[in-house]
Design a protein around this ligand. Structure first.
Ligand code: ZN
Ligand code: ZN
Ligand code: FE
Length: 754
């Protein structure tokens, strides 16, 4: 008895080897029919014995290619019909492009084996890929994803590659970037002036140069990296000098997990994250290892490691036999360089050599950065490997929305139907170069998704470049979204929460509805509205923005506030410079150029400066991070604090903590102990605050969001403290910091304009 079934699969099922996989399973089961890509995913029509059809449905729901992700699978009976075997049918053209372009995938184990196999025709070929792996988003020019609209269009496949591409049983069936040494892209080695060195074995020469201490610009997947030997203090110092980058940690690439374990302590979930197809930079506890020069991450107990994600990386790391600094090639704070002419021009004074190739990068995409918090990954930067993977929404947006993001660590978000797509990490929008890259990136993503936004969402801050961009857009419907409301809404979106939540939002700074800087907030919020229920007692930022680079100013303000203007032995704190300190003290007393800020991040800055004796941050948040990481593992304890009620708004008063902490510091208690107690106090005080809000507003689910929740100790501690009260959510799909905020802007804009 023959039957027929139509099976519709929705999710990440295009560009990941899904159809050939279905073909193989269906053929093995003796089924007839076809599989094809369509606008919403993949549709299978299969005819045969009911038991074989059951087998196919079973296989689809329990087992599929590693890079595929199935969101839904539905099947219906259809009348049986005679078919000639099982075929992969041509894609149906359609107007909707909801599935669009896949994210880039790290080289799969089968391809790695081939490039190290001397008998394989792809031995040492740096552009090897298959349907399970290789470039996708970064080489795509248009949708749907097909070779003629990728930067592989200019390469004509040789007979051997074409046979693989056409054979449904081959691992390279319809692998769009398929290539080999005969027909595909080639490496080229250039000197600092861009002259072709006509190297017969560029990888080998680059490895030798790196071992000798050179700086090499390496063209990767989403842009150029600057590479140096990470075990050589001289080489790393040279890179810092030339790149004009003081202290910001560099990411390091190591050959495999075994090598990574020599440099850092790695838990099971951290190992999984390192080896995932997305291959982010993973922040790990560094071991004291001679293989890693201290200059890689000065004064920082963490190190960012990543494993090779292209064949080029695998071959290079194998040849060098040392860990390599692999940092985005740019001048400080500019976007990553991705075009050859641009690379040669802008990196001329930084790189001694250029290892480049003739496969153009279409869209720049930085490395993603992640760490494990409370046993699972949290993304600090969501870019290569994740972009443009759609984030499913609990309910479709009424009209397509473009959310323009914030100012720092900017990403944008486009939403249409029931998915939202976050763009790649763009960076800090105050730079002109960054701004251009931002606009290009938005245009391209609109094309990929075939979507014209009708609603524009942006941050309430009038001076953000993203706000100006939003206001210049032609679309008439625009929605300004309060920063912390957007943070909470991004958590609501990714966890498919419905109805109000209690959002604890701790970050550096965001524009409040009263025009002041918020950032230590407890909100009761849904996508459509929010109420500010509690906040952190503000501290004055003497010198405004300057206080962020010179956190001793915040430390001084905290002292003056905690001791009513008369702190004990102000000059006992080496972070506070005497002459400037006197002036700032006067300015604070008169309230001149000292805007008040509620940001939790600023508290870390200020207390860290006082206790650690570090008055300045060489990059944003350096002292705050150092203060977080100073916390001793076994130390615990609590300082006193107060909670004031100002009408409907609760205010957390940490002046008692500052006084107790300062006294212990002056009595010689070590910083590790003070930092641990500081964290415990914040956890305890926040839990108390949330408890009061729950009593007043209701026992809603709780979300922890904002950049401060990159801090594992704070996030894990608060989650554990709140969990007995109800469900607590951390970010898992989008960054807790401003890199995830555009998703929340989408939610708010959609909810308020329906
Ligand atoms: Zn592969
Ligand atoms: Zn070929
Ligand atoms: Fe923020």
């Amino acid at each position: 008895m023959h039957q027929g079934r139509r099976i519709e699969v929705v999710g990440i099922v295009q560009g990941v080897g899904f159809r050939p996989w279905v073909y193989r399973v269906a053929t093995q089961l003796g089924l007839q029919g076809q599989v094809r890509n369509d606008v919403s995913g993949v549709t299978v029509e299969a005819f045969g014995e009911p038991s074989a059809l059951d087998g196919l449905v079973q296989a689809l729901s329990s087992d599929h290619p590693p890079a595929a992700e199935i969101r839904s699978l539905r099947w219906t009976e259809i009348p049986p019909r005679e078919a000639a075997g099982f075929v992969i049918a041509p894609s149906l053209p359609g107007t909707g492009r909801r599935v669009s372009i896949p994210a880039d995938l790290a080289t799969c184990p089968a391809c790695v084996e081939e490039i190290f196999d001397p008998s394989d025709r792809r031995h040492r070929y740096p552009f090897t890929n298959c349907t399970d792996c290789g470039p996708r988003f970064t080489i795509a020019l248009d949708a749907p994803y097909d070779r003629p609209v990728t930067s592989m269009a200019g390469f004509v496949m040789c007979d051997a590659c074409q046979r693989e591409y056409d054979d449904p049983l081959d691992r390279r069936f319809h692998a769009q970037p398929n290539a080999c040494p005969r027909c595909g892209p080639r490496l080229q080695l250039l000197d600092a002036h861009g002259r072709d060195l006509k190297s017969a074995d560029p990888l080998h020469e680059v490895a030798a140069a790196l071992r000798a201490g050179s700086v090499v610009a390496v063209k990767g997947l989403g842009g150029y990296h600057l590479a140096v030997d990470a075990s050589s203090p001289e080489a790393v110092r040279l890179l810092r000098e030339r790149k004009r980058r003081d202290a910001k940690p560099f990411a390091v690439m190591v050959r495999d997990l075994r090598e990574a374990r020599k440099l850092a302590t790695i838990s099971e979930p951290e190992a999984k994250l390192l080896e995932s197809v997305e291959r982010p930079v993973v922040l790990l506890r560094a071991k004291r290892a001679r293989a890693l020069a201290p200059e890689v991450a000065p004064d920082n107990p963490l190190v960012g490691l990543m494993l090779p994600y292209t064949p080029l990386h695998h071959l290079l790391l194998a040849d060098v036999e040392r860990p390599l600094v692999m940092t985005s090639a740019n001048l400080s704070d500019e976007p990553i360089v991705f075009e050859e002419a641009e690379a040669l021009d802008r990196l001329r004074d930084i790189a001694d050599l250029f290892l480049t190739h003739d496969r153009p990068i279409v869209t720049r995409c930085d490395d993603s950065v992640a760490r494990v918090v409370a046993g699972a990954p949290v993304l600090l930067r969501r870019s290569r490997g994740w972009v443009p993977r759609p984030i499913p929404l609990a309910r479709p947006v009424a009209r397509p929305v473009l959310a323009c993001g914030a100012q720092l660590k900017n990403t944008f978000c486009l939403a249409a139907g029931d998915v939202a797509v976050l763009g790649p990490h763009v960076g800090d929008l105050d730079q002109l170069e960054v701004h251009r890259s931002y606009e290009e990136s938005i245009d391209r993503m609109q094309r990929f998704l075939g979507c014209r936004p009708e609603v524009i969402a942006y941050d309430l801050h009038p001076d953000y470049a993203s706000t100006r961009y939003a206001l210049d857009r032609p679309e008439p419907v625009k929605v300004a979204v309060q920063h912390h409301h957007a943070h909470v809404a991004s958590a609501i979106a990714e966890h498919h929460l419905d109805g109000p939540v209690i959002g604890v939002v701790f970050d550096g700074t965001g524009y409040g509805t009263d025009g002041s800087a918020w950032g230590g907030e407890v909100l009761v919020a849904s996508a459509g509205a929010f109420q500010r229920c509690a906040t952190l007692r503000p501290v004055a930022l003497a010198g405004g923005e300057r206080a962020i680079r010179e956190p001793w100013r915040i430390g001084l303000a905290l002292l003056l506030d905690a001791y009513d203007g008369d702190p004990p032995g102000l000059w006992n704190f080496p972070a506070i410079p005497e002459a400037a300190g006197v002036l700032v003290r006067q300015a604070l007393a008169r309230g001149v150029n000292a805007p008040k800020a509620h940001g939790m991040g600023r508290l870390f800055d200020g207390v860290g400066a006082l206790v650690l004796g570090r008055g300045t941050s060489r990059y944003e948040g350096e002292v705050a991070l150092a203060w977080n990481l100073a916390a001793g593992a076994g130390a615990h304890g609590r300082y006193p604090f107060g909670i004031d009620s100002r009408g409907a708004l609760l205010e957390l008063d940490l002046r008692p903590m500052v006084r107790a902490l300062v006294e212990e510091h002056l009595a010689g208690v070590p910083a590790g102990h003070l930092s641990a107690k500081f964290h415990d106090t914040l956890v305890h005080a926040t839990a108390a605050l949330v408890g009061m809000v729950r009593e007043r507003a209701g026992g809603f689910p709780m979300v922890l969001t904002g950049g401060c929740f990159q801090n594992a100790r704070l996030a894990e501690g608060l989650k554990a403290a709140l969990e007995p009260e109800g469900k607590v959510y951390l970010h898992r799909q989008v960054p807790p910091g401003d890199g995830g905020i555009a998703l929340g802007q989408v939610m708010v804009a959609d909810a308020t304009t329906r």
